[in-house]
Design a binder for this molecule. Structure first.
Ligand SMILES: CC(C)(COP(=O)(O)OP(=O)(O)OC[C@H]1O[C@@H](n2cnc3c(N)ncnc32)[C@H](O)[C@@H]1OP(=O)(O)O)[C@@H](O)C(=O)NCCC(=O)NCCS
Length: 174
């Protein structure tokens, strides 16, 4: 299924998106994932992973993905093309991803974020993802990771949060 979020179209990641996704990742992450790492994610079962891309005028402008660990949704990566940041796309992508993950049985969300990544931390705060711990020197360059969690993401209250933040589908799959 496809869904319109502001000017953004969201659908599941496909192999044709991999070059664009790897390019955005390269421009976004100090230790970027390789193209083949994303390719490997596509080979995982839908019960283990959910990856989406956001498109404007058919061009990929961002992506987000999560791993399922039981009822825990581990957000693995989210990034928006630097040229179009600050337009609500990151918020809409994460809202859509979490809606889809809730529809697949997710009840909690967690992720690691660089301690100094203020933009991402501010984004996650909108999603009630709060710090529960620190992984010391988690990243290859020695930066600490904050561990964030949000509970009860399957509640009606949280569904309203996701709707407000730009999620639309509430359904798993394309
Ligand atoms: C984090 C990221 C995905 C946000 O995407 P975006 O499309 O620019 O974000 P949005 O426009 O949807 O903004 C949503 C919220 O994020 C926060 N935010 C975004 N950019 C920010 C900035 N430069 N400084 C502070 N807060 C910022 C704000 O809270 C904002 O909400 P507000 O507009 O109500 O204040 C983007 O900055 C990015 O790709 N960063 C590099 C990759 C990365 O760090 N990913 C996270 C890995 S854990």
């Amino acid at each position: 299924m496809r869904s319109e979020v502001t000017a953004l179209t969201v659908r599941e990641l496909a192999s044709d998106d991999l070059d664009a996704v790897a390019g955005i990742e390269q421009a976004s992450n100090p230790n970027p994932w390789s193209r083949s790492l994303f390719e490997g994610e596509l080979r995982m079962s839908p019960s283990e992973r959910h990856w989406i891309v956001g498109l404007v005028d058919d061009a990929v402008v961002g992506f987000a993905g999560a791993m399922f660990v039981g009822e825990d949704v581990h957000v693995m990566n989210v990034a928006v093309d630097p040229a179009v940041r600050g337009r609500g796309y990151g918020r809409a992508l994460l809202a859509e991803l979490l809606m889809r993950c809730v529809a697949q049985g997710g009840r909690q969300a967690t992720l690691e974020v660089r301690r100094g990544n203020m933009a991402a931390i501010a984004l996650y705060r909108h999603f009630r993802l709060g710090p529960v711990g620190i992984r010391s020197r988690y990243y290859p360059d020695g930066e600490d990771a904050l561990i964030l969690w949000a509970h009860d993401i399957d509640s009606a209250d949280y569904a309203a949060v996701l709707l407000r933040l730009g999620g639309r589908s509430g359904e798993a799959g394309d």
